[in-house]
Design a protein around this ligand. Structure first.
Ligand code: SAH
Length: 329
């Protein structure tokens, strides 16, 4: 099914057709990517960040976060343990922490790639050269959300960043042959449904291989502390439309969805999503990687999370994939 920009806007505005929308997204998911759910083991390895994204609890101006950085040896150890637990993809995510230079990252990538797993990076904006080195070292995928395609809103949210550079990153990653993931926040202050429609069309235009969508959740130690949270339903609708328009891509049921709805990830899996990214670090780090408040599972350990999500996925009649979960063509 194809929708025009105007149709997308109408669907986003009108909640009376939501059941139809979510069913259509679920059917599209089944037809193009099947019933398998891909689990990606997420390692949040540093909460040190030079950026000042207004919504994010890890922004450099927030002095009340206790900062941490997991050592390269321990990152590799967490990754190896996750592979032993059955994960076929490892995702390394962090703030924009300059300690992790090109060489240090390449060393970590090579060591993790000795294990039998695909590797995704989510470490922010880098030069073409850095991305190229990460690819040569063996990284398979890269996630970098555009956050919003509304240039004015982007500027308001990221006073020290440049929208065009973020687009440049996505284009470089595609050019280098990474499976490239992007996505947006839903419910940012001053965000319009028109701009959300443009976000979805942008994902299609750049041919994103993965798209992560989550509601904005106000963090008490950020300039947006008094802003209203995004809603679960609108985030789910943007995700469902993304599935319907982009068809065969990978779409995670994001953790932020579950923060706003206790069954959020399962509902997302039944409305277009086919990926879940359980945390594989131990609880001591989880609470410190507070991009938004009330993150789920911050007191859990990796073994528990794996079992918990597997049970929920099987209970809705879906299976856990045993392969790497690249985009199906
Ligand atoms: N430094 C990396 C990883 C960022 S954290 C990068 O720049 O790509 C991953 C995602 O968390 C961000 O892309 C953003 O969309 C989301 N996020 C940050 N703050 C949030 C908040 N307050 N509510 C919901 N999601 C948030």
């Amino acid at each position: 099914m194809e929708f025009s920009r105007n149709e997308i806007i109408d669907i986003l505005r009108d909640d009376s057709q939501n059941d139809w929308l979510f069913s259509l997204a679920d059917e599209t998911r089944k037809k193009y990517v099947g019933d398998e759910v891909h689990l990606r083991g997420l390692i949040e390895f540093s909460n040190i960040c030079r950026c000042q994204c207004k919504y994010c609890g890890l922004q450099s101006t927030n002095k009340s976060v206790e900062r941490y950085r997991i050592s390269p040896d321990d990152i590799v150890l967490y990754a190896k343990k996750a592979v032993e637990m059955g994960y076929k993809t490892i995702v390394l995510q962090s703030g924009e922490d300059e300690y992790f230079s090109k060489d240090i990252m390449c060393d970590i990538i090579k060591r993790i790639k000795e294990s039998d797993a695909a590797l995704t990076l989510s470490i922010g904006e880098r030069s073409f050269d850095d991305y190229k080195a990460f690819k040569c070292a063996g990284a398979d995928r890269y996630l970098i959300r555009i956050e919003t395609t509304d240039r004015n809103l982007y500027k308001q949210m990221h006073t020290n960043m440049d929208f065009d550079n973020r687009v440049r990153c996505l284009k470089d990653l595609k050019k280098l042959g990474f499976e490239t993931g992007t996505g947006c926040l839903v419910g940012l202050p001053n965000q319009t449904v028109e701009s959300l429609a443009d976000d979805i069309l942008f994902f299609k235009e750049i041919d994103a291989d993965m798209v992560g969508i989550g509601p904005f959740i106000a963090h008490p130690q950020t300039p947006l502390k008094d802003a209203k949270n995004g809603t679960f339903t609108l985030a789910l609708k943007v995700m469902a439309l993304t599935r319907i328009l982009l068809k065969n891509i990978n779409i995670p049921a994001t953790t932020a969805m579950e923060t706003l709805n206790p069954n959020g990830r399962i509902i997302a899996l039944q409305s277009g999503a086919n990926v879940v990214m359980p945390n594989v670090t131990t609880s001591q780090y989880r609470k410190k990687y507070e991009i938004y408040p009330n993150k789920i599972c911050i007191n859990e350990e990796p073994e528990h999370c794996r079992g918990c999500i597997e049970g929920k996925i099987k209970a809705i009649g879906r299976t856990i994939s045993k392969d790497y979960g690249f985009r199906v063509l």
